[in-house]
Design a protein around this ligand. Sequence first.
Ligand code: SF4
Length: 217
Amino acid sequence: MVILYTAKKGVYINLNDISEEEKISGDLKVYVNLTNKCSCACTFCLRNTKEMKESNSLWLEREPTYDEIISEFKKYDITKFKEIIFCGFGEPTMALDTLIKVAEYIKNKSANTPIRLNSNGLGDLVHEKEIAPLFEGLIDTISISLNSSNAEEFLKLTRNKYGLSSYDSMIRFAISCKSYIPNVVMTVVDCIGEKEIAACQAICDKIGVHLRVRPFE
Ligand code: SF4
């Protein structure tokens, strides 16, 4: 089971498999693979393909427990990591309790190590409450997939079970994160076209968050 990993040129590497030198280089971004569960079934998501489930090492047969995650962290000097990112083959907020406890552990061990959470932004719907306050003092950056400038396209892409109102909920979540997380970023992929990117930029400007246009992988 791969719990901690890093990525090089799009290839995921188990943290156990990299050199000791790299582990303490100060340049290492470390990802935490918490869960396969997700409230979306995005049309472009690799986790939905059978091949990925069978061949990709990030696919978890079961969710790791808090203790299992911590024993992985204990193998390394966290203070040497450049950034720790909650991001795997599922939505990290689906394992919310573990996510919070692990973030607490990291901040206790190394208060200055930045923690990022990559999220689909639907955690409030899943947990039926405002979850952003739980991240205060723990998460330094949240990256939320905006995907689209409108609810219809968002739903078409993410195929989540919450319907059209999921879009507004995701935007509300981003706004709520601003009160608890220093850096709130929304992302879109570069292949959606200039007009759509401009429309997404306008939404981010309106709510006061940064938009990151990332390459489609
Ligand atoms: S939100 Fe992310 S993990 Fe979930 S289905 Fe979409 S791309 Fe996959």
